[in-house]
Design a protein around this ligand. Structure first.
Ligand SMILES: [Fe+2]
Ligand SMILES: [Fe+2]
Length: 190
């Protein structure tokens, strides 16, 4: 699952791509994802690995992303978005090619962490939520989401989706359509 790497090698690969602050965030998301996996009965190793690598490609230069989207058969509509969206959906290309992580459930959870998906699995939701509630997150909405995640992963996901959309709209930023579909799907989810 780890592309044949030891933990020390994985951490070194991650740190090569990220500054110290982003790297530390990834390690905290790994721990939070493991906790959520224990709480909600998901595979702890997968949750940890996806949490650790979820932002691997967050600091890849924008021009590199533009070239990759054009040359590697990605949907051209992605060019209308920003690295905030790309580092999930497109970022897994770097994880697969540079780190050798190919586990489909891990890759999918990383892909979906920036946009959500109406069909998010438990593991997908764990990474989505862990990113938002890792211990250094201290906004009131993040605390509210952390509290919800004590008992309901669905409710925690819903709170985060609501916040994402509210934030984007308040800043007059484009909304990735799937994020809106995800919000709609989760409105009525138990
Ligand atoms: Fe991210
Ligand atoms: Fe993150």
């Amino acid at each position: 699952m780890t592309g044949g790497h030891t933990r020390a090698e994985l951490l070194a690969l991650l740190h090569n791509r990220l500054d110290d602050a982003r790297y530390a965030h990834c390690v905290r998301v790994e721990q939070t994802a493991r906790e959520l996996a224990r709480r909600f009965g998901a595979d702890e190793a997968r949750a940890g690995l996806a949490g650790l690598f979820h932002d691997y490609a967050k600091q890849v230069p924008v021009e590199t992303y533009r070239t990759l989207i054009q040359r590697q058969g990605f949907d051209r509509a992605l060019l209308n978005y920003s690295r905030g969206v790309w580092h999930g959906l497109v970022g897994t290309w770097f994880i697969k090619t540079e780190v050798g992580i190919t586990d489909p459930a891990v890759i999918q959870a990383i892909e979906r962490h920036t946009t959500g998906d109406p069909e998010m699995t438990v593991l997908d939701q764990i990474i989505f939520v862990a990113d938002f509630i890792e211990p250094a997150r201290d906004l009131p909405v993040e605390a509210k989401c952390r509290e919800a995640a004590q008992t309901s992963l669905t409710e925690a996901t819903r709170i985060e989706l609501e916040n994402t959309l509210t934030y984007l709209i308040a800043k007059r930023q484009i909304v990735y359509p799937k994020t809106l579909l995800t919000y709609n799907a989760f409105l009525t989810k138990e």
